[in-house]
Design a protein around this ligand. Structure first.
Ligand code: GDP
Ligand code: MG
Length: 442
């Protein structure tokens, strides 16, 4: 993606805000990148539309190109969509013992391996007693496979009784889990090569017997477009509570994650990163987002650039305050900063020693529209006037107020506020070399 984008981005505006055209051009490429990462077409389309609305009009950070900036916006939105509103995706509902967990998915997706991985995790991390049961009656080796994994990780498996149907095995597992005092029992179902009715009916019957607390859909992260179809089907017929994405150790781009999240609305809970039984991680939306876009470095570059610019600005101002300098330009930056930080309320709350001034402002009915008017007043001053506010005498004041379309009385208020703040800055600068101010500006 990065090479493809760089060509396009070279032609984009170099500063100011991102125009609608800039964003459109960049997003056309982003859409292709999403499709290449196996995000399904309708999901990619919706996603790009959402980003377009967010990106247009955003300011371009100085030291990065607009293209990089768009990528950062795309990345953030990806993380946002992938994460959803689930705070802790890796948490499973396993209170109320014995809590059933149903594992579903196509054959070869990694259900059996993931069952063992999760059992190991629940045992080691959460101190749970876990019982695993294989319901895979189609492949004789499948039950053996789970039993062997169980021995490896020291987790009990339900004894194999030949000739039983999946529903009967599920009932037996429930009984055994209850009698044996297990906290959790995991049902590892059989898969098929593709979605079919027989499979779905079988899983439905098992679900009705077990009433699982969690139904996890296990999907191969390399499958791409098919994953959407699989997820849609399982979610509609069985009702899943989460997704596990396996084979993310491979070189797939993981676009399936975005599609499945969009289609089912369920969280991606875990990511499988290998055949070993500890190769399971909680889902990190940032990592998968970076992978889908294939450009983690650009994202961190933009983040750093934004941070640096803010830090540099703060540093510069601090130096001036310490020297007792506080002119209209400084006030203007402060006012703009206030607007950015959630207006007066948010800002004043953070600054120590501002309580008195806040009361005055409250009394004067101070709100964000006043901030904007004050900024307009300062903008209407000449360069020299901003640097030397003492120049502001009657005739200049009239001109400035008129230029901003406001009354001189408002300008007087602004000047009074400037004097008070300049005074305070001087005091704070003298105290502890701006330590307090530094604190306040964080
Ligand atoms: P099932 O048919 O859904 O039960 O799939 P299995 O659990 O039997 O897994 C099929 C194959 O995929 C096995 O060889 C596993 O070792 C392998 N596998 C499962 N999860 C992962 C993973 O996260 N990464 C890799 N590289 N291989 C995996
Ligand atoms: Mg299996």
């Amino acid at each position: 993606l990065s090479e493809r984008l760089s060509g396009v981005f070279d032609r984009l505006t170099k500063q100011g805000a991102l125009s609608e055209d800039d964003v459109k051009t960049a997003l056309r490429e982003v859409r292709v990148a999403l499709l290449e990462a196996d995000v399904s077409l309708p999901v990619a389309r919706d996603f790009v539309k959402a980003v377009q609305e967010k990106a247009t009009g955003q300011a371009v950070t100085k030291s990065v190109t607009p293209g990089q900036q768009v990528v950062k916006i795309v990345h953030d939105e990806l993380v946002h969509v992938l994460a959803g509103d689930t705070e802790n995706p890796g948490e499973l509902k396993v209170d109320n013992p014995p809590a059933p967990i149903l594992m579903v998915g196509l054959q070869g997706g990694g259900k059996t391996t993931t069952t063992a991985k999760l059992a190991k995790r629940l045992t080691a991390k959460n101190g749970k007693r876990v019982l695993m049961a294989s319901l895979d009656v189609n492949r004789p080796a499948a039950m053996e496979q789970l039993a062997i994994l169980g021995t490896q990780i020291g987790v009990d498996t339900l004894p194999i009784v030949p000739g039983q149907k999946p529903v009967d095995i599920a009932k037996r597992a429930k009984q055994q889990a209850t009698l044996g005092g297990y906290d959790v029992y995991m049902l590892d179902t059989a898969g098929r090569l593709s979605i079919d009715d027989e499979l779905m009916a079988e899983v439905e019957a098992v679900r009705d017997v077990a009433t699982p607390r969690e139904t996890l859909l296990v999907v191969d992260g390399l499958t791409g477009q098919d994953a959407v179809h699989t997820a849609e089907n399982f979610d509609q017929r069985i009702g899943i509570t989460g997704v596990v994405l396996t084979r993310m150790d491979g070189d797939g781009r993981g676009g399936a994650a975005l599609s499945m999240r969009a289609v089912t609305g369920q969280p991606i809970k875990y990511v499988g990163l290998g055949e070993k039984l500890d190769a399971l991680e909680e889902f990190h939306p940032e990592r998968v987002a970076g992978r889908i876009l294939g450009m983690g470095d650009i994202v961190s570059l933009v983040e750093k650039a934004q941070e640096t610019i803010e830090a540099e600005q703060a540093e510069r101002m601090m130096k001036r305050f310490q020297k007792g300098q506080f002119n209209m330009n400084d006030l203007k930056s402060q006012l703009e900063q206030m607007l950015k930080m959630g207006g007066m309320e948010g800002m004043m709350g953070m600054l120590p020693g501002m309580g008195k001034m806040q009361k005055q402002m409250d009394a004067a009915g101070f709100d964000d529209s006043i901030l904007r008017r004050q900024i307009a007043l300062i903008q209407s001053m000449t360069k020299r006037e901003r640097a030397n506010p003492q120049l502001l005498q009657a005739s200049r004041k009239k001109r400035i107020a008129k230029g901003a379309g406001l009354e001189v009385s408002e300008l007087n208020k602004l000047m009074k506020m400037h004097r008070q703040m300049a005074d305070m800055m001087k005091k704070m600068g003298k105290m502890g070399k701006g330590g307090m101010l530094k604190q306040a500006m964080k």
